[in-house]
Design a binder for this molecule. Structure first.
Ligand SMILES: [Ca+2]
Length: 174
């Protein structure tokens, strides 16, 4: 079984050998129904859930999965274009939150928010009540931006899991 898998990966690597960076992304063997980008797999949950239930649903959907954590500008760019192409959804949960400490924005893995994008807040709601952050579609354009919102509100969401590094190692040698 392992040998068969390796053969498949080596073949896949050759198909895209001109661009090894892309090949690594492509070799990310996402489960069916998940979309690959660089070292992660993504899936949209269209059934609306409160933030914590969405996070739990992600965790049970695939091993190591969690709500979307955007760790780089590249990943941010990918996710925005993915949403613009594939979704008419107005708001959806990401992993971004300040549940642990008010004002300290972190992703589900505890890493800080480092993106350049500003985060909007609804001015009439006290900030300590909007501890979960959604991507919200700009009503005037195709863009999405981050908004703090009530965690109990039911929204669609995006799950993510990181690829197994073994795949990358195979890729380097292929
Ligand atoms: Ca990520």
């Amino acid at each position: 079984e392992a040998f068969k898998m390796m053969g498949f990966l080596l073949l896949s690597g050759k198909l895209r050998s001109q661009d090894s960076k892309d090949a690594i992304a492509w070799l990310c063997a996402c489960s069916q129904g998940w979309v690959a980008f660089q070292s992660s797999c993504y899936q949209m949950g269209k059934e609306s859930k409160p933030w914590k239930v969405a996070q739990q649903t992600c965790e049970t959907s695939s091993q190591g999965a969690h709500l979307l954590d955007i760790g780089s500008e590249e990943e941010h760019g990918f996710m925005l274009s993915y949403l613009q192409k594939n979704s008419q959804i107005i708001m959806l949960w990401t992993g971004l939150n300040d549940l642990k400490e008010e004002g300290q924005l972190v992703w589900t893995d505890g890493s800080s928010y480092l993106l350049k994008d500003d985060i909007s807040s609804l001015s009439m709601i006290p900030e300590n009540q909007t501890d979960c952050y959604a991507l919200q579609r700009d009503p005037t354009g195709p863009d999405y931006f981050f908004t703090g919102f009530f965690c109990y509100v039911q929204l669609p969401y995006i799950c993510e899991y990181e690829c197994n590094y073994i795949f990358s190692i195979f890729c380097i040698y292929s």
